[in-house]
Design a protein around this ligand. Structure first.
Ligand SMILES: Nc1nc2c(c(=O)[nH]1)N[C@H]1C(S)=C(S)[C@@H](COP(=O)(O)OP(=O)(O)OC[C@H]3O[C@@H](n4cnc5c(=O)[nH]c(N)nc54)[C@H](O)[C@@H]3O)O[C@H]1N2
Ligand SMILES: Nc1nc2c(c(=O)[nH]1)N[C@H]1C(S)=C(S)[C@@H](COP(=O)(O)OP(=O)(O)OC[C@H]3O[C@@H](n4cnc5c(=O)[nH]c(N)nc54)[C@H](O)[C@@H]3O)O[C@H]1N2
Ligand code: SF4
Ligand SMILES: [Mo]
Length: 732
């Protein structure tokens, strides 16, 4: 038995559930993780990532010394030709190009080059990706640095690839985009819909509560998902729709609710607008029409509509199967309509709940790491908002840009080697070379950049393209706050000092900001924080949602924002009296198919997503012991399809789309439906995003990760990218 030197309570760095952790530390090393039984979030439960996934902190590949490219030290001009990088996305330029250096040298090089480009090409040449893994404090300062110093709103982060469709739809329909209720209110639901969310693998502790709702409280669950995910075993009804057919299925449910007079007219009349036109638009969405398009039997659509509408308390929980489509906004809108028609929103045990993915994607959005909003969702093109932040940041009146910035996907597609477009990019903790769609295209954009800074804990596939690498610290080495999917602001606490020379993100930013200001002759005097709490305070003094959040108040249990003052207890349920935009607004919809439909050449629909043991591009989990639990990429294919192609379980296959191909082993399983194959996007050896379509939702600019057309061929063993070879060569 090891006796810990100390037990540090903190928040899980993986998913948006925000489980509370107890880190058992001995000799400045975490050796065990447990969880407090009295945590209101996870009640002592943890999934495999929270429990065992922390050892990436100690992985030998972690970079803990600043690094710059040799040509920068030689003081040669920036002549790097990124197109000369090896064609495999596994490797960037050879590691011998990197030189370890002092912080001073690295930060001066960053400051000199950013200032040079800014002075020459102006604000529009500058852009930054924020990090939904980092704290609120880190993210607040990063967007402040770009807005206050470079006067640009080209700030975005992975929320764009994630719930952007949900955010736009919710903003248009209700005027607020967070979850309306908390996840644990599922225990108060009589009926709930889970759609486009593989909750068991991606929000495991919320899935536990969903199962508890069914098994202990008699709730009825309706799963709407093309795959036979584990929750189907607990469901009253499963609607296995074809990928990309959300709008007809949910609009047909609305059609049934209207035709069978299951509408909550009191709610529709008093709380919404635009219902007459909307109801007219439903005429075409008969369940039979939806069946033709989606493959879901009309009778089951009727049954689902009745269950949801007749419930006393019903809620909808959704994930990426709704938002990651070229009609992601319309898909989310179709769900919102169901809640409006039935009045299942604005009370405990009801709600519109887009489950947030990253541990702090809610927080990074709240902190203004988005191109249209300052912290607190204040539009950047509004004079009064701009004036507030100019005052807070000591920027002269009129100094902040009122121009809407570019989104994540636009920032890369606007990258240009010559004048015009984005020239310099700063990436704090993201990995676009794994997470963007159509990686062959992404790669070309990365090659165009004149100057790229990566601030991460690993030299990931994107940092392999960088000029400078700044080693940050992971959650276990920093203090601050994360905001989870419930809007609960919780403490993050350091278990031990940073490894090597790694530095906390917010401290790197302050150090760099001072160097930028001195080179540009600015003197805001606003970068001298001694604790992260001072940073949160500065933000909370202007952002009313966080006004009442102090480190003292969230010492043991987090607070659910809005917390408008220092005595307010927090707000688990939103929209009880009205919506932020006043009345909820219906938006009539049309069915628009996915951008790519199947044909003889590409007869399967590929849908991509996640598995329990891994995280996104794998920087963290593939550098942890979790990799042994799920060591290689697999494509899931239905037995009927496998039979036709003569594919057996474990056979290597080549999956090809119009944009690229990968070779990986097949898992023959009924978890996927006929005609649909599934690949998780965690594995660099068979990166799913080489195949995916970069078509965007026109409003939300979110890519169509959930549906593209592919062909499958048998392949040979020697065509597999041998994982062992990858390890030997160095994954990064
Ligand atoms: N283990 C693990 N957990 C994670 C993550 C991780 O990488 N690994 N990432 C986190 C992040 S950032 C996020 S955003 C969440 C994502 O969590 P989820 O949204 O649960 O993630 P996905 O696996 O991408 O896709 C969810 C489901 O969408 C379904 N689907 C595909 N196409 C359609 C469609 O057209 N309509 C409908 N209705 N469903 C469809 C898929 O079958 C799949 O079951 O997970 C978070 N949690
Ligand atoms: N095909 C396909 N592609 C997808 C999706 C899909 O479903 N299918 N889902 C999309 C979604 S929903 C998302 S959210 C994106 C995610 O895409 P990304 O955000 O690009 O992915 P991550 O791997 O989570 O990147 C996080 C990085 O932060 C680093 N990091 C961890 N902690 C810290 C820290 O404290 N500080 C700093 N500076 N760095 C840190 C990690 O090492 C890692 O490199 O992927 C998107 N891409
Ligand atoms: S459910 Fe999410 S927050 Fe909880 S332990 Fe697992 S990854 Fe961490
Ligand atoms: Mo996400």
């Amino acid at each position: 038995m090891i006796t810990p030197d100390r037990i540090v309570t903190t928040t899980c760095p993986y998913c948006g559930v925000g489980c509370n952790l107890e880190l058992h530390v001995k000799d400045d090393h975490i050796f065990k993780v447990t969880s407090p039984f009295d945590s209101p979030v996870n009640h002592g439960n943890l999934c495999v990532k929270g429990r065992f996934g922390y050892d990436y902190v100690y992985h030998p590949k972690r970079v803990t010394v600043p690094m710059v490219r040799r040509y920068l030290l030689d003081d040669r001009p920036l002549t790097i030709d990124r197109s000369q990088f090896p064609s495999s996305i596994v490797n960037g330029p050879s590691s011998s190009d990197w030189v370890e250096t002092y912080w001073d040298t690295a930060l001066n090089i960053v400051a000199d080059n950013l200032v040079k480009i800014y002075k020459r090409d102006g604000s529009d040449a500058m852009a930054v990706y924020a990090c939904a893994k980092a704290t609120n404090e880190d993210n607040y300062l990063l967007q402040k640095m770009y807005r206050a110093i470079f006067r640009t709103n080209n700030v975005d982060h992975c929320t764009r690839l994630c719930h952007a469709g949900s955010v736009v739809a919710l903003q248009q329909a209700v005027g607020s985009s967070a979850m309306s209720n908390t996840a644990s209110q599922v225990l108060q639901n009589d009926v709930f819909i889970v759609t486009g969310s593989n909750t068991t693998e991606n929000h495991p502790i919320i899935a536990l509560q969903m199962k508890e709702a069914v098994r202990k409280h008699g709730a009825k669950m309706i799963v709407v998902d093309p795959r036979r995910i584990e929750l189907v075993d607990f469901a009253e009804l499963w609607l296995p729709l074809k990928p990309g057919t959300n709008v007809p299925v949910f609009s047909a449910m609305a059609h049934v609710i209207v035709k069978e007079n299951l509408v909550n007219w009191d709610f529709v009349k008093s709380r919404t607008e635009g219902s007459a036109e909307f109801i007219e638009s439903l005429e075409k969405f008969t369940p039979e029409y939806a069946e033709q398009i989606s493959g879901v039997p009309a009778g089951d659509i009727r049954k689902g509509a009745r269950l949801y509408a007749n419930a006393k308390n019903a809620a909808i929980y959704w994930g990426m199967g709704i938002s990651q489509l070229s009609h992601g906004t319309a898909s989310a809108m179709a769900l919102i309509h169901l809640a409006f028609l039935t009045g299942h929103v604005g009370r405990d045990g009801t709600g519109l709940n887009p489950l947030r993915g990253q541990n702090n994607v809610q927080g990074a959005s709240d902190m203004g790491c988005m191109p249209f909003h300052y912290p607190g969702y204040m539009r950047v093109d509004n004079e009064a908002n701009a004036a507030k932040w100019e005052q807070a940041w000591n920027v002269p009146a009129g100094g902040l840009s009122r121009k809407l910035g570019l989104t994540t996907t636009e920032i890369l597609s606007h990258a240009h080697a010559q004048a015009g477009g984005i020239r310099a990019l700063y990436i704090m903790g993201e990995n676009p070379m794994m997470s963007e769609p159509n990686l062959n295209e992404t790669r070309k954009h990365m090659e165009q950049l004149e100057f790229l800074v990566a601030q991460d804990i690993f030299l990931n596939e994107s940092a392999a393209f960088a000029d400078v690498f700044l080693p940050a610290t992971p959650f276990a080495e920093k203090d601050g706050t994360f905001s989870n999917t419930d809007r609960r602001v919780q403490r993050v606490r350091a278990a031990h000092p940073p490894r090597g020379q790694a530095r906390v993100d917010w401290q790197i930013i302050c150090d760099l900001a001072l160097r930028l200001e001195s080179r540009l002759g600015l003197d805001s005097a606003k970068w001298d924080y001694s604790t992260p709490e001072q940073i949160l305070r500065e933000m909370a003094d202007v952002n009313p949602d966080y006004a009442g959040v102090t480190y003292d108040r969230i010492d043991k249990i987090g607070l659910i924002y809005p917390v408008p003052d220092l005595t307010h207890p927090g707000t688990p349920t939103l929209f009880t009296e009205s919506f932020p935009r006043g009345l909820g607004k219906f938006h009539p919809l049309d069915y628009v198919p996915a951008m790519e439909s199947v044909d003889d050449e590409y007869p399967f629909i590929l849908t991509t997503g996640r598995v329990l043991e891994h995280w996104h591009g794998g920087s963290m989990t593939r550098n942890s012991s979790l990799d042994e639990a799920f060591p290689e990429a697999r494509v899931e294919i239905h037995p009927a399809d496998a039979d036709i192609h003569g594919i057996r379980n474990g056979d290597p296959v080549k999956v090809q789309s119009r944009r690229g191909e990968v070779v990986l082993r097949a898992t023959v399983t009924e978890k996927t439906t006929v005609g649909v194959v599934f690949i998780p996007f965690h594995f660099v050896e068979a990166a799913a995003n080489l195949l995916t379509n970069d078509a965007l939702d026109p409003q939300a600019k979110i890519p169509e990760f959930k549906a593209c057309a592919v062909q499958i061929f048998p392949a040979r063993e020697d065509e597999l990218e041998n994982p062992e070879a990858v390890v030997k060569r160095g994954r990064y």
